[in-house]
Ligand binder design. Structure first.
Ligand code: ATP
Ligand code: MG
Ligand code: FE
Length: 349
């Protein structure tokens, strides 16, 4: 099938088109710059930006694929989790498109989209796969079987902040520009990762092997910067960034590879915005190679939010014969990741 995917859960308006696992179009408009002076995403601004970008982004995706709207077989849309107003704009737009063309609509879990992003580059996921989702709002280690047919098993989750949140907050403390993750990555290039000994939370014997905690790391980085400033000097930002990135990458990849070993799974898939981090990618590569585990990481442009990854889930749902969402489907801003397809607001049963 030819599936149009729509993403609008945060500050990216994304439209993507996938045909039988093949990526035909991938267009993203971001309102990131409009949030920069507030130091974080402002929900009202994000919702208005989606309203503004929806039609042009869909139009560009169709142009890129060389398709007319009437050639689309299904529409898939993120129904959660995310910002309520932002999600509602995308859902309303997706509903009108599906209704106008007379094709089924599928509600997709945003994080299942992040997982499916990898299939657009590397093909179907091996069953089972261990998946490390590291994004702005989530950090989880998953055991994924058939992404659209089976429940998604959580091996572990973060107990507090997400990895991306940690990058974003520490970036602010270090005086780096918004958004923080890419800024830390860039600054770290000039730094020495051994310059500061940041903690490796939840890696002691007896700790939950698959749970994460990043709020302590944020505090440690803030204290380190503060100590420099109390001495009347600016903290060496590049070193701080490199050391932070090293700590996060170390904990993430250590636990992910341990999960592969413990569950005798041969493939690790790392997805979400933080999968774009250069040190996370390099260390995952190194440790997977040493453990004899195949590593799959999507290309950079498919790591952060986009519509193609939502189309990828929609395509899998159509091919698996899944029920479409009813037209009265609504958003679920805090949807837990249990199934790839979401039908909040649908009658139970
Ligand atoms: P979620 O998917 O949990 O709902 P989100 O959609 O906001 O959250 P993503 O778009 O997946 O998150 O990823 C954005 C996050 O990724 C931000 O926290 C950003 O700082 C981080 N990020 C992006 N690029 C990098 C990088 N190179 N290094 C570290 N972090 C990065
Ligand atoms: Mg974003
Ligand atoms: Fe995301």
């Amino acid at each position: 099938p030819i599936v149009l995917g729509i993403e609008s859960s945060c500050d990216e308006t994304g439209a993507g088109i996938v045909r039988d696992g093949e990526l035909l179009a991938h267009v993203v408009a971001s309102s990131m710059d409009e949030h920069a002076r507030f130091g974080g995403v402002v929900p009202e601004i994000a919702a208005r930006a989606h309203l503004h970008s929806f039609n042009p982004v869909v139009r560009r995706a169709l142009d890129q694929a060389g398709l007319r709207l009437s050639q689309i077989d299904a529409v898939a849309v993120t129904t959660g989790p995310g910002l309520s107003g932002a999600l509602q704009v995308g859902l309303a737009g997706a509903k009108s498109l599906a209704y106008a063309v007379g094709v089924p609509l599928y509600g997709v879990h945003h994080l299942a989209g992040h997982v499916a992003a990898d299939t657009l580059e590397h093909g179907p996921l091996p069953d089972p796969s261990v998946v490390l989702i590291v994004s702005g709002g989530h950090t989880s280690l998953l055991l994924v079987r058939d992404l659209v047919r089976e429940p998604i098993l959580h091996l572990g989750d973060t107990l507090d902040d997400a990895a991306g949140e940690c990058f974003d907050k520490v970036a602010r403390v270090l005086g780096l520009p918004y958004p923080g993750g890419p800024a830390v990555d860039r600054a770290a290039r000039e730094g020495d990762p051994r310059a500061v000994a940041f903690p490796r939370p939840l890696t002691r014997p007896g700790d939950d092997p698959y749970a994460f905690s990043f709020s302590g790391l944020k505090t440690a980085a803030a204290r380190w910067a503060e100590q420099h400033r109390l001495r009347g000097e600016e903290p060496p930002v590049a070193d701080g960034a490199a050391a932070l990135q090293e700590a996060v990458a170390d904990v993430l990849t250590r636990k992910a590879v341990a999960a592969c070993r413990a569950h005798a799974v041969g493939t690790l898939v790392v997805v979400g915005g933080v999968a774009a981090n250069s040190r996370v990618r390099a260390l995952a590569e190194e440790r997977c190679a040493a453990a004899g585990v195949e590593l799959r990481v999507p290309p950079l442009t498919l790591c952060t939010d986009n519509g193609a990854m939502i189309a990828a889930v929609g395509d899998l749902l159509v091919r698996s014969g899944a029920e479409p969402a009813p037209l009265e489907v609504s958003v679920d801003p805090s949807a837990p990741l249990e199934y790839a397809a979401l039908q909040p607001g649908a009658p139970a049963g």
